[in-house]
Design a protein around this ligand. Structure first.
Ligand SMILES: Nc1ncnc2c1ncn2[C@@H]1O[C@H](COP(=O)(O)OP(=O)(O)OP(=O)(O)O)[C@@H](O)[C@H]1O
Ligand SMILES: [Mg+2]
Length: 508
């Protein structure tokens, strides 16, 4: 059984009479509750506003004593439960929709009181109320009354069981690769999905590929990408950007390279710790996001781009629950990189004392501190001074790197990489001159100049020359012209002092 479902079982035994089970998959949780009910010899009765009471006790279990009265109103439903004479687990569906802020306060107050009374009353019985939803959405007044349990996503072992029982149910034994390594890869590809989602992905993979073998893995990964993207919080990237495409940033790349081996068994056995997180900040267009992507291919881990801005929702508790949902998925997919791009934008409100933002930030930092799974946070930021102090405190991230504009050698390397990227041969250019012209320009600006020169030249039916690129440079003021003022502010300077430079300075 899922670890969190054993906690539900323990809670029922310990007479925690009100439980909120947070889960993205209701049907799976109900199946597991049926097993729990069977084990505890209790009936399983479900109520929702459409079907009212339904007996869900599985075959061989203790069926509900008598059909309960049809009640569609919350208070009468609770009264029915209170008066029910048998042992039972009651599942209340959709409760969070019936008790939200749109319900008139007087009515809500009665329901809240009802639950508080019931919680005590059920203690002397063998009855438990379990309500479930995607995220905890009950009034704050009930927060202490409901025991909140989060149902975790299936881990590798559970996914393997899900896969095998799915294959058996479909009689598809001949369609599953017999190679255990391939089976492990199939499981890895499904890691992070719920049980229902993984079953549906397996089915689609068999339908589109004919078999579940190594050829189905790209399909499974693509399915996962689409499913994860659906929640808008996370975006799944395959590790395709190689470190060769990043010019300069020597110290930063070196740090990443040295950490690569910390993820091995060997390092673990020697007590060498893997990194918790990395913060990269500095000039826009300096290659921060590019480096985060390159880290994924260097470490051979998937990259999850986490859009913190989307965490904040309009309902009570929604932001916290979105944060947990994202972290749950990341933990389920681990080892992975959780990339928080433009982190200052998401958490900007926290330093201003915005209550929800501060709380969500607190949850995030606690998670970062306590996490056991290999989820490496790579945060990137431009204006680091907008970030609350807690973030930059020593020990929070393993390292902070400041990215400035590239020095001469770096520009040389970046020019060659980017010319090649845009199908131009560096041999045909005077790189030395271009290195001079591109002083104070970021990698993104150099790329922009190359692309624009290419378009201009194409319009004249020719290839761009060194002079064409120079011309674009001379027409555009570098972003550094304004950004350097920000960097030289005392607040920014203070943070740079506690960080490492991403590359050697110009003079070396
Ligand atoms: N050091 C570099 N080496 C090679 N290409 C670079 C480098 N820096 C930037 N580029 C090019 O510029 C593009 C944009 O860079 P990137 O998005 O990584 O910048 P950023 O630092 O994340 O900027 P922002 O702060 O605006 O998010 C890259 O995709 C790449 O093509
Ligand atoms: Mg970026």
């Amino acid at each position: 059984m899922n670890e969190s479902m054993s906690r539900v079982c323990d809670a029922i035994r310990a007479k925690d009479t009100l439980i909120f089970l947070e889960t993205p998959e209701e049907s799976e949780a109900i199946r597991e509750l049926q097993a729990i009910a069977l084990g505890l010899n209790q009936s399983l009765i479900c109520w929702n506003p459409v079907e009212h009471f339904v007996d869900l006790t599985p075959e061989g279990g203790k069926k509900a004593m008598k059909p309960l009265n049809t009640v569609d109103e919350l208070s009468s439903m609770l009264k029915e439960i209170s008066e029910y004479a048998g042992n039972a687990i009651f599942i209340l569906q959709d409760l969070q929709f019936l008790m939200n802020e749109r319900v008139p306060p007087a009515q809500l107050a009665i329901m809240i009181r009802n639950f508080k009374i019931l919680r005590q009353k059920l203690r002397t019985t063998q009855k438990t109320i379990i309500t479930m939803g995607n995220h905890y959405g009950l009034p704050v007044e009930l927060e202490d009354d409901f025991l909140l349990i989060r149902r975790s996503r299936p881990d590798k072992d559970e996914l393997m069981k899900i896969l095998m029982s799915f294959i058996a149910a479909q009689h598809w034994e001949d369609r599953l690769s017999s190679d255990s390594k391939v089976r492990d890869l199939i499981i890895d590809a499904a890691l992070g999905l719920t049980a229902d989602q993984s079953r549906s992905s397996f089915a689609k993979a068999v339908i589109s590929n004919g078999r579940l073998d190594e050829k189905a893995i790209p399909f499974l990964l693509d399915q996962k990408k689409q499913i994860i993207q659906r929640n808008d919080l996370l975006e799944y990237y395959d590790a395709t950007t190689t470190v060769d495409s990043v010019g300069g940033l020597l110290y930063l790349k070196d740090w990443l390279k040295k950490r690569k081996r910390t993820f091995t068994e060997e390092a673990r056995s020697l007590g060498i710790q893997e990194p918790k997180g990395l913060l990269i900040f500095g000039v826009p267009g300096g290659g921060k996001s590019l480096t985060a992507k390159a880290a994924a291919s260097m470490w051979q881990m998937p990259l999850l781009r986490f859009d913190i801005g989307r965490v904040f929702g309009q309902y009570v508790g929604q932001s916290e629950s979105n944060m947990r949902e994202a972290l749950n998925i990341a933990e389920a997919i681990s080892p992975c990189i959780l990339w928080i791009d433009e982190i200052e934008k998401g958490f900007a409100g926290a330093s201003g004392g915005h209550e929800t933002t501060t709380r969500v930030l607190g949850n995030f930092l606690t998670w970062m501190q306590e996490k056991k799974s290999t989820v490496i946070v790579i945060a990137t930021a431009n204006d680091i001074t907008k970030l609350p102090d807690e973030f930059i405190r020593k020990g929070r991230f393993d390292e902070m790197f400041f990215v400035s504009t590239p020095n001469q050698d770096e520009r040389n390397e970046i020019l060659e990489i980017l010319l090649r990227k845009h199908k131009l041969d560096p041999e045909n250019y005077n790189i030395r001159e271009l290195v001079q012209y591109s002083k104070d320009r970021t990698g993104a600006e150099i790329e922009q100049a190359i692309m624009e020169a290419k378009i201009n030249a194409f319009d004249q039916d020719k290839s761009p020359t060194t002079e064409d690129i120079y011309e674009v440079f001379s027409a555009v003021i570098p972003i550094w012209a304004t950004f350097k003022n920000k960097v030289s502010s005392p607040e920014y300077k203070r943070i740079i002092d506690s960080a490492k430079p991403a590359s050697p300075s110009e003079s070396t």
